[in-house]
Write a new protein. Sequence first.
Length: 230
Amino acid sequence: MGRLAIIPARGGSKRIPRKNIRPFLGKPIIAYSIAAALECGLFDEVMVSTDDAEISQVATSLGADVPFLRSAETSNDTATTLDAITEVIDAYGDRGVSFASVCCIYPASPFVTPDLLRSGYDLLERQSFDCVFPVLRYGFPVQRSLTLNDDRRMRMRYPHHLTSRSQDLEPTYHDAGMFYWFRPEPVLSAGRLWTDNTGCLEIDELAAQDIDTPADWKLAEFKYQYLRRG
């Protein structure tokens, strides 16, 4: 009953081809997630779940384990993170191996650090949460957000906040898309990572970047270099 890191890295990325092993400032981007997991000292095993032979070779060369390949069912465009996680946990269970806590770390997460992983685990244990993940605060209050119809006419989503001061509105947050620390039993029983007993770590907007487009990639490299200038 130890701790497992799962890095789900399928080979079929569409928006950025070969995204999970594309060079990010000179290293395959998955190298950053693997290094953070290995260096944090929390895991009994750091494994990569992949359907791709090249990703498997890169992952093992970086020190991760690839004990089995991911199935076609959990590697297609409609498969969820939870589908991939469940397959991994079930495969270990078939071998008689279970884990008290698991961390799913996304492969394109160069901003994940050993300290952040430790902070997430500490919150999971200290508060007895089912799941913990990093979040970013929205830069502008969503209560004053707008929508536009086909002729570009605007409509307030929350018109009762027309005259509300932004500083008086409750902060809102979104998933930073970096990792999920969780306890397998309650999460798998609920069939969702975000149970009613989930906690969050707020991180600075400079310390994360969702990477879905080539422009996102360039911005992530800029942020990463900026943070490490000292």
